[in-house]
Design a protein around this ligand. Structure first.
Ligand code: ATP
Ligand code: MG
Length: 414
């Protein structure tokens, strides 16, 4: 891919309102462009990362037996009346009317729509378990949209819903989702901690959050120094120095970014919205549900926060927008240009995502942009091109080597 055609509007300075490092870098590196408070355009580089995160999510959820569907963002009031949430949800719900003055909302979450989708079909325990997910844009009129993609008013979420005959079966699937989530976040370069949380607007009996420990996190996590106990402070009410409710050890506090959460909904929606099945004993019972969210745009932001310095990003391998960045120092020098292009074509033919900086910019500008953009493997094609040599840098390990142009494939190790 030619950098001149990609549309990467890098900036020297971060916008005034950018408070945290990831927000500053995402604006400066041409990852996102703000449209209004909490509303962003994902520019080509950022959208490539989003698609990579989505691919990982799809792979891990498909592997545990989920199916993907797509529900509408525009949702009619009557379904929200059925669940009782039209009145309860409050000002975060984006409400609007059509030309006939009928009420709608822009979905902040999809429990109502998914229950409506399956309730006619689910009549017997024989059709259970069932787990469905979608990747979609959500709308929430957040009181304080901030930190870029961290708290948007329009954001990308993966939401999944599971349906069961019994609580025991829900428990089994809840664990499967928890394991899948841990894998998903690790593949996105994020170590997460599972913490007990409140059920909030979604409701249900029990919930857990997946937290990335980070100074810029909006949540406070209380965790035990001696055992695996961890809970959102909102949920536990514990403070630094308190005794652990499980083992008596010492409680510590830390900040965290909530990238995902999982809920045992129980029968909250199936009862109010009449989604019932005949169970093994021949009785008609409300189906037992679980729901599972991942903030995809927030995961992108958390990953930048964890993998960056003030000078730029260093993308984790699996979500990087490109795997290799080829930089001819002087694109007007024919020898450099031919060698750089040959390396680009060669890697591309092997299925590797390569970006080539074909712009007629000074070397300093190119390197600064490359640092910002944050691709791990860099091939610099400069004066040594006439000897068929290039400089190869692995920015993760910091190792730099002068190698022959045709050794690049071995060097990148992909
Ligand atoms: P928070 O406590 O941060 O408001 P939530 O409990 O409202 O999150 P859910 O309704 O469970 O979150 O949404 C699932 C996931 O979507 C969250 O774990 C988070 O990663 C993401 N998310 C929620 N609200 C936003 C937002 N305003 N902007 C970006 N991502 C969000
Ligand atoms: Mg919220």
């Amino acid at each position: 891919m030619k950098q001149s055609l990609l549309f990467v509007p890098t900036l020297r300075d971060a916008p005034q309102d950018a408070e945290v490092r990831s927000h500053k870098l995402m604006s400066r590196a041409g990852i996102v462009k703000m449209v209004a408070a909490g509303i962003y355009t994902y520019l080509p580089l950022g959208y490539r990362v989003i698609k990579n995160i989505e691919k990982i999510i799809r792979e891990e959820l498909d592997a545990i037996g989920c199916s993907e569907l797509l529900m509408p963002a525009l949702q009619p009031r009557d379904l929200w009346e059925e669940s009782g949430r039209w009145d309860k949800y409050g000002p975060e719900l984006m409400r609007l009317q059509d030309r006939k003055e009928r009420d709608f909302c822009l979905g902040p979450t999809h429990e109502e729509i998914i229950t409506q989708a399956v309730r006619d079909y689910l009549n017997s325990y024989k059709k259970l378990p069932l787990a469905l997910y979608q990747i979609q844009t959500k709308f929430r009129d957040e009181m304080r949209p901030r930190f870029g993609l961290m708290r948007g008013r329009e954001f990308i979420m993966k939401d999944a819903y599971s349906f069961h005959e019994t609580d025991a079966e829900l428990e089994e699937w809840y664990k499967k989702f928890a394991d899948a989530y841990t894998k998903i976040f690790l593949r996105c370069g994020l170590e997460t901690r599972i913490v007990a949380s409140d059920v909030g607007q979604i409701g249900g009996s029990e919930a857990d959050e997946f937290m990335v420990m980070s100074e810029v996190g909006e949540d406070t996590i209380t965790y035990c120094m001696s055992c695996s106990y961890a809970a959102n402070q909102e949920h536990s009410g514990l403070q630094e120095g308190d005794p652990c409710p499980v083992c008596g050890g010492t409680i510590r506090e830390a900040k965290g970014i909530e990238v995902g959460n999982i809920f045992k909904l129980g029968t909250k929606y199936s009862e109010s919205m009449n989604a019932k099945v005949i169970n093994k004993d021949g009785q008609q019972v409300p189906v037992v549900m679980g729901c599972y969210g991942i903030g995809i745009s927030r995961t992108l932001m958390a990953s930048v926060e964890q993998h960056a310095t003030d000078e730029g990003i260093l993308w984790p391998d699996e979500i990087a927008p490109f795997q290799v960045h080829v930089i001819p120092v002087n694109a007007k020098d024919e020898t450099q240009w031919i060698l750089a292009n040959a390396i680009h074509d060669n890697l591309k033919a092997k299925g590797i995502d390569v970006l080539i900086d074909d712009r007629e910019e000074r070397a300093g500008v190119k390197f600064k942009d490359a640092d910002l953009i944050g691709i791990r493997r860099r091939v610099i094609v400069g004066k040594l091109a006439k000897e068929n040599k290039v400089e190869y840098i692995d920015r993760q390990s910091g190792v730099k080597n002068i190698i022959m142009g045709d050794q690049i494939l071995d060097a990148v190790g992909l």
